[in-house]
Every structure is written in C-alpha cells, then in structure tokens.
Design a protein around this ligand. Structure first.
Ligand code: ZN
Length: 270
C-alpha cells in the first residue's frame, strides 16, 4: 500500500473510533442513515502531504529520508488535533491526488524537485481550481517553487537567482511574531541549507512571517526570505524555503512546528 494513511498515532485512532461510535449512536437515536465516509469525515479536516518519491530513492537523500519526505512531514503534523493526515506520492494511482481525495482535502502540502514535469496538466488545473475557487490551502516546500501547481497559483516565473548547496548555513528569523505561522516559533539555526538567492520572482506576498540570513562558507552573509504567504482567490498559499532533500529539516522540531502552524493557517476558514 502506497497511500499510507498515517495510522501509528494511537491517540488519533482511538479518537476516530470514539467519533465513529458517537456517530453510530447518533444514527441509532435519530434513525438518519449516513454514509460511512460522512461519519468518518465528520469534524475532521484533511491534509495531504504529497511528494514525488525521489528523495527515498536517490543515493544521498535516502540516508536522510528513507521513507521519503512526505512521511517525515506527515509525522511532524501529528500534534495537529482534528486532522486526518494522508501521505501521497506521484507513483500512487491518480498520481496520489484523485478527484475524490482532492475534493475532501483542506490543505495540500507539496514537495518535489525532479519530477515537476510528470504532474498531469489536468491535475494541476484541478489543484488550481480547488485553491482559487474553493479555498483549499496549498503549502509549497523548497524546490516546489517550480512545481506546476505553485507556478500556476503564482502566475509568475517563480525562480530564485541562485541555488547553492555549498555548506551555507542560515538563521531563520521570526519576522512577524504575531503571525499564526510563527506561533511558538523562535529564531533558529539550520546548520546547512541550500541557498536560494533573492530575488524570488513571485507576486508580492501579503506577509513574510519568516525571514532568513544565510552565512556562506567564507563567512559572508546574505538575506533571503524563508516563509511567504499569499491569498489566491479564496485560498491561502504558504511557501517555505528550507527543505533540501539531503538535510534533515523536516525532522527538526522548529520546522515541524512551522508546518503545523502553516496547515492551520492555510485551512479554509468557515
Ligand atoms: Zn534542494
């Protein structure tokens, strides 16, 4: 099974069972018949963590992400209460994001770098529509600045001026401490980061909750934005610069907290 619904969280599972039990009791009392899927989904929002499946295969990155990046990100989302967390990859049926799955998704998180061109145009269009017209949240990670759905949502080139993994480190700076994505987050250091040089050719963001300062191996510093927010149509979009496949960013508590906050922020508002 490739579509690994994260089920190792006992607390989550027991919560689901209780919810299902309560739902069944309600059915018994009211006599209203609901489809099982409706019961299971009641009160739960869904985040799908979607990656292209290369990080767990490539020689250098598989040491860091043997279960691929989607699994590492999904594990970090476990503290989210009331969320169903699903991992998906491009190699799954329907490229991991079927119509039905997408329709029930509140936030889609995307990581990829080598296979952006494999994503079917039709799927890109459906994701775009879900965000713009129906308010689904979209979170693009690192090299997903060139992912087709992200580019379509931004409508610009989405390039950085340089991409350098030369041993550069970075300080991630909480620039907007009152922004929901920064809740509980303090400035922190990433000992290694792929340096993405400004300018980042995207529309002016509505917020840049996370800024950054790179330190190159020669000691020179260079600023670079790390977390950017937009509203696109009815949906919210967040882009996070770190997340190179050979660095363990998605296992770091600070990054995991940012991801949890970003999911809550990007979720459609009732
Ligand atoms: Zn990278």
């Amino acid at each position: 099974m490739n579509m690994n619904q994260i089920q190792s969280n006992d607390q989550r599972n027991s919560g689901l069972s209780r919810r299902a039990m309560l739902g069944l009791s309600a059915v018994a009392v009211t006599g209203v018949l609901l489809a099982p899927g409706v019961l299971a989904a009641a009160g739960k929002r869904r985040v799908v963590v979607w990656s292209e499946g290369t990080a767990s295969k490539d020689e250098d990155s598989k040491k860091v992400y043997p279960q691929d990046i989607n699994t590492a990100v999904a594990e970090g989302l476990k503290p989210l209460a009331g969320w169903e967390i699903i991992t998906a990859t491009l190699d799954d049926p329907d490229q991991g994001v079927s119509d039905e799955r997408l329709q029930g998704t509140d936030v889609l998180i995307c990581w990829g770098h080598k296979r952006h061109g494999d994503v079917k145009r039709e799927l890109v269009n459906r994701i775009n529509t879900r965000v713009r017209e129906e308010g689904m949240g979209f979170i693009g990670l690192h090299s997903c600045h060139f992912a087709q759905p992200f580019k379509k949502l931004m409508g610009t080139e989405c390039s950085w001026s340089e991409y350098v993994a030369d041993g550069t480190s970075a300080k991630i700076i909480v620039k907007e401490p009152n922004h929901p994505i920064c809740k509980g987050v303090k400035d922190f250091a990433l000992p290694k980061i792929e340096r993405y040089g400004e300018p980042f050719k995207v529309p002016t963001p509505e917020a840049v909750p996370l800024d950054g300062l790179y330190t190159k191996p020669d000691g020179q510093t260079q600023p670079g934005r790390m977390g950017l927010c937009w509203t696109v149509g009815k949906g919210r979009v967040f882009y996070f610069t770190p997340g190179h496949e050979t660095y363990n960013d998605f296992f770091r508590p600070e990054v995991r907290l940012i991801m949890c906050n970003a999911v809550e922020w990007a979720a459609p508002k009732a």
